[in-house]
Design a protein around this ligand. Structure first.
Ligand code: G3I
Length: 357
């Protein structure tokens, strides 16, 4: 039985990232796990800073259905109850993702896979419909290295359903939760490399095709896993891409931002400065180029970041990629986010410029 901890009253903080973001018509938040809610300092930081949260893994297919049979939404329901009690918006991450397919489907026939994938989407969206700010309906559809003209990843979803799988997923989600923002979430669109530019072009073509087919994609999710040593401070190619995304009628959500300092000099002050500068410059590029709904970091505190296992520093020093340090104290990155989020107010981003399908 997962204990339901009711959220304590939110402290009236004069300096809250969520409140600063609201002044600019934005939501600010972070990925959150049920484990985070048992940490007093993380709980306090989430309540102070977040106006939106995303279950880090509790709503993923492999976590909800580790075995065949009834889905187990208890972890996600725990986070949903917390968010509702605290007046924080909630994101559904993620319905169809090639890295979150339950292991018992590894050898499934195409028919069985399709039935299971459609049943998962339907049961998950139905369970939380009406309570979700947005759904990452499809995560990471592109992988140009697979050599397809359309740049699509040769995922089990593509193999079983063909390129139309995106339209199927988005239309099913729109039917079941018509009030939610439906997001196509992708990684690696933010960088300055030729590969990233090719991926941005493939994403534009994909969205053009889907919109022509009437697929209800409302927003593009930029995961924004950045590297302090690589991310350019000015980025005209990214600005141009984001403007084209807006011209296609989509808004933007920054869904999983963090700034790796794995390749920075060891000195903590130097690392914190480089990380903070990367946050500020990236947000300035995005916020000046398009209508943005929300800015989210993938985690709040350096104490818990996926980068620790995925991209450690060669010298073994603890990473410092997030707004709060390991004890929950604000770092230069927090202040950089605060400065970028509280820039002059923007038009209300909740209604994209063009009519949506
Ligand atoms: O399942 C256990 C759970 O029972 C236990 O209570 C908990 C204790 O911490 O650990 C859970 O284990 C793992 C969890 O990470 C720990 O945080 C999960 O098994 C494991 O699947 C999970 O990995 C997540 C990963 O996606 C795969 O789903 C990471 O948390 C999460 O940060 C990472 O996030 C992805 C985004 O969804 C998509 N974009 C890339 C990003 C980074 O890989």
């Amino acid at each position: 039985m997962i204990p339901i901890v009711m959220a304590p009253a939110r402290k009236s903080e004069t300096r809250s990232l969520g409140r600063l973001a609201a002044r600019s018509g934005l939501l600010y938040g972070a990925s959150t796990s049920t484990a985070d809610l048992t940490s007093p300092y993380l709980l306090e930081a989430i309540l102070r800073d977040c106006s939106i949260i995303t279950p880090e893994y509790e709503l993923k297919w492999d976590k909800v259905s580790p075995t065949p049979g009834e889905p187990d939404f208890r972890g996600a329901e725990r986070l949903a109850a917390f968010a509702a009690g605290a007046g924080i918006a909630l994101r559904g991450h993620t319905l169809w993702w090639h890295e979150a397919i339950p292991p018992w489907l590894a050898e499934a026939t195409s028919d069985l896979f399709v039935k299971a994938a459609q049943a998962h989407l339907a049961s998950t969206v139905s369970r939380f419909a009406g309570g979700m700010h947005s759904w990452d309906v499809v995560n990471e559809p592109l992988h140009l290295e697979h050599g397809r003209d359309d740049g699509l990843r040769r995922s089990p979803f593509l193999e079983a359903l063909g390129p139309g799988y995106l339209g199927l997923a988005f239309k099913a989600a729109a039917d079941l939760d018509p009030g939610a923002v439906l997001v196509l979430n992708e990684m690696g669109l933010e960088y300055a490399s030729p590969a990233a530019e090719a991926k941005r072009l493939a994403m534009l073509r994909l969205i053009e095709r889907e919109r022509k087919a009437g697929t209800p994609i409302h927003a593009l999710g930029l995961q924004a896993h950045l590297d302090a040593m690589d991310q350019p401070r000015r980025h005209p190619q990214l600005s141009a891409f984001l403007r084209e995304i807006g011209a296609l009628g989509l808004t933007i959500m920054i869904t999983e931002m963090d700034v790796s300092d794995a390749r920075c000099p060891r000195d903590r002050r130097v690392r914190d400065t480089l990380v903070a500068e990367t946050y500020r410059c990236f947000l300035e590029v995005v916020l000046e180029s398009c209508t943005t709904l929300a800015v989210q970091t993938w985690g709040l505190s350096d104490a818990r970041t996926w980068l620790t296992t995925a991209r450690p520093r060669p010298d073994g020093a603890a990473l410092r990629p997030l707004p709060l340090d390991r004890a929950g104290r604000r770092k230069p990155a927090w202040h950089a986010l605060a400065a970028a989020l509280s820039a002059p107010a923007r038009e209300d981003p909740r209604r994209p410029s063009l009519a949506l399908p």
